[in-house]
Design a protein around this ligand. Structure first.
Ligand code: PMP
Length: 287
């Protein structure tokens, strides 16, 4: 039985309900976070909570809790479940109110936290890599906000799945933005390339980890706009996210990336990443 947190209470997931007038349901008027938990410790919790705050600021929604309260609530929920590796999902919406696009004056935000077992890529996926297609990035231009309004991302991901691929790599005006649910890195020779943070991509927590690890290990890195032709002629392509960690993309639009196998820089980065998971998780939190 999974227990979730909803508006101040811990309840079995089957009994957790929200109003049909919730603006999250009606408008997608909410924000969310996904936090991986390794060895019962939330990974990069402070960074996830800071991004949640930034997302709330981005949609002008007051944060219902202070960081310490979030930390306790998340720690309590982790403690309720037996899995050592978990994936904590947080969602805050603008709450229930009569349907009207303009903000309600007195709605109370709906605050929801759930957790489940973390499903990371299989060994086979890590060893063989995954396939991707390129698609035109037709999302809105506030992609730095982690909004629950993910219709465009869902359509783009579904197109990738129907093409037998794991991810859609998105291009806007001739430049790489990100994946439908991941950040994307490009390797050219010895050089790692990452698109800079902007309103066109989500500032991934895993993206930051990859960049920090590249810098810490002296891997040549340029954070700058990456052109479509650099994506198409890449020696290696990687995707990153909290649930996929770092994965090699070994086929793009039906053509091999490099020699069609995860490349040498990827293997190095995967090693750095695995090692960092243990040391960079914050201490266990208890209420
Ligand atoms: N971009 C998009 C569009 C995403 O949905 C995600 C995953 N939430 C990411 C990037 C990766 O972010 P993170 O590393 O924080 O999971």
């Amino acid at each position: 039985m999974t227990t979730v947190y909803l508006n101040g209470e811990l309840v079995p997931i089957e009994r957790a309900t929200v109003s049909v007038l919730d603006r999250g349901f009606i408008f997608g008027d909410g924000v969310y976070e996904v936090i991986p938990v390794y060895g019962r410790r939330p990974f990069r919790l402070a960074e996830h909570l800071a991004r949640l705050q930034a997302s709330m600021d981005g949609i002008r929604l007051a944060n219902p809790y202070a960081t310490e309260t979030w930390t306790k609530l998340i720690g309590n929920l982790i403690d309720q479940h037996e899995w050592s590796e978990q994936s904590v999902y947080i969602q805050v919406t603008r709450g229930a109110a009569p349907r009207n696009h303009a903000f309600p004056k007195d709605a109370k935000p709906t605050t929801f936290i759930m957790t489940g077992p973390l499903s990371v890529p299989s060994r086979e996926e890590k060893e063989r890599g995954v396939d991707a297609i390129t698609l035109n990035d037709y999302r809105w231009i506030r992609c730095n906000i982690k909004s629950t309004a993910l219709l465009a991302n869902c359509l783009l991901k579904q197109a990738a799945v129907e093409a037998g691929c794991a991810e859609a790599i998105l291009l806007r005006d001739g430049f790489l933005t990100e994946g439908s649910s991941t950040n994307i890195f490009v390797v050219k020779g010895n050089l790692l390339l990452a698109p800079p943070k902007s309103h066109l991509i989500l500032p991934g927590i895993t993206y930051d980890v990859v960049i920090e690890l590249a810098r810490a290990h002296g891997m040549p890195l340029e954070v700058r706009p990456v052109s479509e032709s650099e994506v198409r002629s890449a020696d290696e392509l990687w995707l990153s996210s909290s649930s996929k960690e770092v994965l090699a993309i070994t086929e793009l639009d039906g053509k091999s990336v490099g020699n069609g196998k995860p490349g040498p820089l990827y293997k190095k980065m995967l090693g750095y990443f695995e090692a960092s998971k243990a040391v960079r998780s914050t201490a266990p939190v208890h209420a």
